[in-house]
Design a binder for this molecule. Structure first.
Ligand code: FSO
Ligand code: SF4
Length: 547
């Protein structure tokens, strides 16, 4: 029977193979087809943009559309066919503009223009676009399965990086190196002469460029909001009106805090917004009240308990419950059919909705610690180094990445609980919700659980590792440090590529391995980097401690 769709880009891929009827994430076949068409469109526009850049011609509108379009296809971002159809049209427009830019810069008509880069125009209706999208599926039996596997790894790396690049752009910190790489990489997937190792090399370059992109983001955030500092965050509620912000975009949070100031509304963070509390420029707002809920996968229940307006500015959105559907908003690249989308920086609809919604009650909760980025950790470097030398700290564990629904993810909680008391855990991204309510204590005043920040703060965790390696005059792989990743979507993929590009060995990945990685590609990763799936908690602790 013909498959209604095929997608295997995230950890939830059905049966560990791929979603073929409807996405486990809720993605319907029409949305899958439109997202496939967007990726096809991005490949075409990238082909011309890459050539134009070779002639010295660059257009920032093309650059920004490229990353925004790709971001719309990341897991749990945009489920709205109308919004996706608009992106398809923009891709065709920008492809034509990139071609013209190349020709105006003196480029001659190339031979063998790939179909995706030809002057195809999107049909008028969404239904026709869906039919067109079905002609460009992810599956392509004409490509060798191992080559296809690494090609998809590259595309998913570009998806993750595009999300970060979008935040960088919103901060106004753009750098053409990031756009140039994404255009080169996406264009390369149309080149029949590319072989397996060519894509492997591009994947490593993707990891390197992503670190640059995350550095731009870190510096953009720190420049605008100050350096994150360790901050305790309440997880309960305050009496009064309430808005909950989910997603990763910090300038959005600043603007919302400005627009809600003095209006009797408390603003709460959800999932990846938690690190917002650590930035001086954001925590100075007294109505930034606390953090609500656990990992993104619990939103149906937890957002149902939230009385005010709710807004998602990035992933991970899921099908809303009826009880809050009317109080839900999306912004940026996020979309859900029937949910009101805010196009710009005027948040008055959200504010009005919050003011018209029920009050919340005063109910203080447990406190979480966030804001422990590299500046904070390296601020106590002497203490940390001394604790390692004296044996008070035996080993560091970076345990982070995405949270998710699978029962196997309790591995990360059990790992944090069972690690010996002379170990320190650095955590980041939403995977932290598997452990950030545990009381793990401290080692001579150094908290045993340090929340480095959002997934993009992989950059910050890397800075800690590099500084420790420098202090102990050794390589990162010689440090008493283990990396245990939990992955879900494509940002985690690009973070993994960044760690591999630094030559970091022995990374453990769970709760399951990517469906798009073939056995041969996995063998390659095992041989070159000794990556391994997570095993039993006790065995993994014993093995990493060398006990
Ligand atoms: Fe999580 Fe979702 Fe930040 Fe991801 S909220 S899963 S890796 O979007 O980006 O960590
Ligand atoms: Fe399935 Fe994940 Fe694709 Fe959604 S994003 S359709 S869950 S593989």
């Amino acid at each position: 029977m013909e498959e209604a769709m095929f997608c295997y880009q995230c950890e939830q891929a059905a049966q560990g193979v791929g979603c073929t009827k409807i996405g486990v994430c809720g993605k319907k076949p029409d949305v899958a087809a439109l997202q496939d068409l967007i990726i096809w469109g991005v490949k075409g526009l990238s082909w011309w943009a890459d050539k134009a850049r070779g002639k010295g011609a660059v257009d920032n509108e093309i650059n920004v559309l490229t990353i925004e379009a790709i971001f719309h296809t990341v897991t749990n971002v945009d489920f709205d066919p109308d919004s996706l159809a608009k992106v398809v049209r923009r891709c065709a427009e920008m492809r034509d503009r990139a071609r013209k830019m190349y020709e105006d810069a003196g480029g001659s008509t190339p031979e063998n223009i790939p179909d995706a880069a030809r002057d195809w125009q999107p049909p008028g209706s969404v239904e026709e676009m869906v039919a067109e999208g079905r002609k460009h599926p992810v599956k392509d039996p004409s490509i060798d399965p191992d080559v296809k596997s690494v090609m998809e790894l590259l595309i998913y790396g570009c998806k993750g990086m595009s999300a970060y690049a979008d935040h960088v752009h919103i901060l106004g910190n753009d750098d053409d190196e990031v756009y140039a790489f994404i255009h080169k990489a996406m264009a390369s997937t149309l080149d029949p002469n590319m072989g397996l190792m060519d894509y492997v090399n591009l994947c490593m370059e993707c990891g390197t460029v992503n670190l640059k992109c995350q550095e731009l983001l870190y510096k953009g955030h720190a420049g605008r909001f100050g350096t994150p500092e360790p901050t305790k965050v309440n997880t309960g509620s305050r009496a009064g009106k309430a808005i909950l912000v989910s997603g990763h975009d910090l300038p959005f949070m600043e603007e919302l805090l400005k627009q809600t100031e003095g209006k009797g509304i408390n603003v709460y963070t959800h999932v990846e917004m938690l690190p917002a509390h650590g930035y001086p420029g954001l925590k100075k707002y007294s109505h930034l009240a606390g953090n609500w809920g656990g990992g993104w996968q619990d939103q149906y229940k937890e957002l149902s308990e939230f009385p005010g307006a709710i807004i998602f500015n990035t992933n991970c959105i899921q099908r809303p419950a009826d009880v809050y559907h009317d109080r839900l908003f999306t912004w940026g690249n996020v979309g859900w059919p029937g949910v009101r989308h805010l196009e710009d920086w005027d948040f008055s609809p959200v504010i009005e909705k919050a003011l018209a919604s029920d009050d919340w009650t005063d109910n203080p909760g447990k406190e979480l610690l966030t804001g422990c980025g590299h500046n904070a950790i390296l601020g106590m470097a002497d203490k940390v180094i001394e604790a390692v030398k004296s044996g008070d700290i035996r080993r560091f564990y970076v345990i982070g990445g995405c949270d998710g629904a699978k029962p196997g993810r309790n591995y990360y909680t059990r790992m944090a609980e069972q690690l010996p008391k002379d170990t320190v855990i650095l955590t980041l991204a939403c995977g932290k919700y598997r452990m950030n309510r545990l009381d793990l204590g401290d080692i001579g005043g150094i908290p045993r659980l340090l929340d480095v920040g959002q997934c993009n703060d992989t950059y910050s965790a890397v800075q800690v590792a590099l500084a420790l390696a420098d202090a102990f005059d050794c390589g990162v792989n010689d440090l008493p440090l283990s990396v245990i990743l939990s992955w879900y979507e494509q940002k985690a993929i690009v973070c993994l590529l960044s760690l591999l590009s630094l030559g970091i060995l022995n990374i453990k990945i769970g709760p399951s391995l990517p469906a798009f990685v073939t056995p041969n590609v996995l063998n390659f990763l095992v041989e070159k980097f000794n990556v391994a799936p997570i095993g039993e908690v006790e065995d993994d602790i014993r093995q990493t401690l060398g006990a």
